[in-house]
Every structure is written in structure tokens, then in C-alpha cells.
Design a binder for this molecule. Sequence first.
Ligand code: F6R
Length: 608
Amino acid sequence: MCGIVAAVTRYNIINILLEGIKKLEYRGYDSSGLAVVDHKNNIIRIRCVGKVNELIKEVNKKKISGHIGMAHTRWATHGKISKENTHPHISSNIIVVHNGVINNNSILRVFLKKQGYIFYSDTDTEVIAHLLHWEQNKKKDSLQQTIRKSIKKLHGNYSMVVIDKNNPFQLIAARSGSPLVIGLGEEGNFIASDQIALLHITKRFVYLEEGDVAIVKKKEINIFNRKNFKIERKVTISNLQYKSAKKGKYSHYMEKEIYEQPISIRNTLKHYLKENNSIYFPELESKEKNIFYHAEHIQIVACGTSYNAALVSKYWFESLANIPCDVEIASEFSSRKLAVRKKSFLITLSQSGETADTLSALRYAKKLGYLGNLTICNMEGSSLVKESDFHILTQAGIEIGVASTKSFTTQLTVLLMLVAKIADFKKKYFISKKIIHSLSTLPSQIEKILKKNELIKTIANKLSNKKNILFLGRGEYYPIAIEGALKIKEIAYIHAEAYPAGELKHGPLALIDENMTVIIIAPKNLLLEKIQNNIKEICLRGGLIYVFSDQDFDCEDNVHIIKLPKVQELIAPIFYIIPLQLLAYYIALSKGKNIDQPRHLAKSVTVE
Ligand code: F6R
């Protein structure tokens, strides 16, 4: 995880580094640091525990300047959260920031200690700094050669940026495991973990690929691939809007992103619907018949919220397109011996496209004989997009809040469109027509529910002191219950668990008493009668119940109905997550939690 920004320019880079690292805070926010080489050729390093604002305050107090430097925001993996463990790490003339985990760092540490190096931190990054210094001094090689030699000794992931203060005119970047992008400027060049960090200075980017080493100077960049051959990488012009990374009138990014959902779903629909209302996925169009026509099974792999979206889509793939679908958590998928189904097609789902577990799963699956693979992703140019055979980009726009919201609903929108596309191949045109029509009503329906925010806020205030909440749903509302529970866990720190309502009497019913709050998602559908029975079972045992439904229920005092507008059944699962997102948001707000940056989490999980 962790975020990196580095710059080498004609002018002072302090503000570029600070602004950039602030934008990368979503990648980790335990501590942050900055180092520059100043005009007297001194290394100036400032490091702070806590949010990036602490670093900004400290740097501003000191009034430092420099034309070359780097900054880092940390999500601790090796070593506790402390100033000593905060990057950049220095070994004499070598300065390093790093994103990843070095698995053999203990062995290297012992070796380097024997060579006389003193360690001031517990991090694997300080091991890299000393290793580079040791290699450089062994043969007086160039820094580029030194890095090449050193990375051969590193096991694990080591995306890093290095400066040698004895040659303070170049940054050297090496990519392994986590993304690094070079931003091209007029009077200098930049490196970052994510283009977001550099959008305020450039729109022109070059993405490094796995194994690349890049030498970045003010006026020139040179990239060498894994085999150390000089290589040209494509320059991409970013379409992302810098303003979409700002909070605007909202108090939190998560709030903004919840309210943006009608727009992001409209954008996603507009992007993939042609004028005649047929679905067009440009990446797939020429080959899609070959893939989906022949596929007899779909395997989806993802983590967290993306996994929950995949679970919902299983119901759609099977019931609407009549294609068997399995969904698995990425870290489980890649850690077992798999029996691949006949003619199976793999889909990975990810907001960031950088989730290490999902990437490993894709890499593993590629060796296993799937018909092909597709990623549904929100981040253009991300590792998953680059490494997949095909991709479909959700049009959610930048998502900053650590808890995913608009990426979930746009993933579901794309998944449902994909189901429609497959239904088309199977000549079930009435199904695809119905899906497209239902989806076109979704944004305005979401707008209606967002107006119910005051009602949800009242419920949130009542639930904010709860210790446990049980979420129940049936069918495709079970994954919606899981996602609702996840949101509450992540940002409100309340223990929340989701169950298929039918499982209640097989165990969780034992938990029900007057201290247990149960949230039930119960729209009108074929399963409604069964869920009404569940409500009675909980009611009799004194549980406090909140039912999100478009129906009226004849019920006891301990049952509260949150009446929602009726929506078309096909899109209802997407619709029902909105009040649950709002509920989590308002509970966290009333508890005064850090909503956009919940403790111990990071937006982009780039370590396994
Ligand atoms: C939950 C959340 C995480 C992510 C998970 C996968 O709100 O944000 O659970 O969904 O880390 O991330 P992506 O979708 O980027 O692969």
C-alpha cells in the first residue's frame, strides 16, 4: 500500500510533493515523510506520525526548498507506526521510498549488519537503502547498475524511487508489484504511485511495467525493461478531471461519492449504450462472440466490496443469461489447487485495479486454461487492466473515500449490462431489452432515495451506540446485506454480520435478544413471504428490527419499516444498497469517526 511522489524540476518542488502526497493519502495514512536534496547538496528529511497534514505543518514551519526530492505516505507492514519507521529511509548518500514487502528482509538485515550497517528502523525499506549503498560501494557502479544488481537479491515487491545525493539530477524508479507512473512536465518530470497525485501539474503519463527501471531527469526519461533493454513506453493523456478529486460542498469524500451515484451510473450507461440502445463494449466487440459465445461457465474473482458486487451478479448470470457462475475471494482462489471448469471464462472485478490479491489470482488463472479473462475496473492504466485480455472500465470517476460506494454500483451496472450482452448472444433479446430499460430508470430512482437522507439519519442516530448488528437478506439481497454490513464495520467500527435470512434458524437465531439489532432487506419479490416469517421469528425473541422494504408490514413495536419507493426488480439490488451506504455514513458521522480514512485500512491494498 503506501503512496510515493517524487519530482525533479527547475523550480522548488516542496509544494508539488506535499500536494501530491496529500492526494495519495488514501493509500495509507499511518505516517508520512519527505526528503529533498537542497541547493547546498544536503539531504533534508522531515517525517511525521499521523495524517499528511502533520507533515504539511512541519514542512511549512521549516521553509525548506529543493529541486529534487520525494515524499511517502505509509501504511505499516514492517515495523510499528513510528517516526523512525517512516519513509524516506537513508543510507549515507542513498535516499529511498518504497511500496511493497521484502520477504527476505530479515536475512538481508543480518547480512548488512555484518557489513557494519546500523539500522535505525524496523522496516524492510531501510534494508533496501543499505543494500543499495553496499552494492554501490562494492564496485563504484552507476546507481542504475546498482539497482539492477540489488533487486536481484530482493524477494517480494519493491516499487521504489531512489535518489543518490552525489548525483542529485536524477530520480531512479524501479517497479515490482505496485504501480508507478511517470508524469511528464514542461520543466521537470515526476513519479507517483497514481496519476491522481500529479494531475495538478500534468496530464501526460507514462506507466511503468513490471520489472522496468526508469531514469528520470528534468528534461529526459529513459526506461529499461526487465531484461535491461532500453524501451519506449506509450505516453497516455489522462482524461481524469482534477476537480473530481475535490470534496466540493460535501463534508466527506464518501458522502460526495454516495451522492454522485446517479451521475456515475448515467455515465457508465452512456458510455456503453449506442444510440439504438444496444450495448457496445469496445474492447470486446470484435472478439466477444468468440469468448462469451463459447463460454459455458463464468468464474469471478475479487476482494471486499468488489467481491460483494460479484456475488450479486452470480444471481443475474444464472437466472437471466442461464450461464453457471462461481465467485471466489481472490486470496483464497490463488492459494489452492483449482479444478478449472470446462470452457470457463474468468472475470476479475476491482475498483483500483491494483489489489495485490486479485492481481495474483489473475496471474495464477492465466496458467490454468481459462478461455480468457476480462477485468471490470475503475482505473484506466491500472495493473489489472494492463494484464487482462480484455477490460471494461466503470465510469465512476475517481473514488477517494476508503469505503467503496459508487464503484460498487457502477460495477453492478456493468455486470448487468454484460449479462444483457450474453443474453443477446443466446438470442434472448427480450431479456437484454428489459435489462436496458430497467437500468435506464435506475439513476432517477437513486435520486429519490438520496432525498430520504433525513429519515436514514434519524435511524443512524438510534443505532450509533449499538455493539452488534445482524444483516439479513435472501437471494441477491444476501450479498447486499453483506455489503451493508461491511460498510458499517469499516467506517462505524460496529461489529456487523450478514446472513442469508434462511440460515437464521440454523444458528444465528441464538444471538437474538433485546440487545440485538437486525437489519432486513425485504423488497417485494417471490421470497417476501419467507422473509416475513423470519421477521416474526426475530420479533418473538425481542430483537430490534429495521426492515428496508417497498411493502407495509403488519408488525409489533420492535419492528420499524423504512418504506422505500418501488423499483423494477432487476435493478432493485443496486437500489437497496444506497440506504445502507447512507446508514453507515450517518452512524460513523454521529460517532465522530474518520469516515474517509478509517483506522487500519487503505483504499488500494497492494500487498498480499
Ligand atoms: C470496501 C473496500 C474494500 C475493497 C477491496 C478491493 O469498502 O473498499 O473492501 O473493495 O479492498 O478493492 P478493489 O475493488 O480496488 O480491488
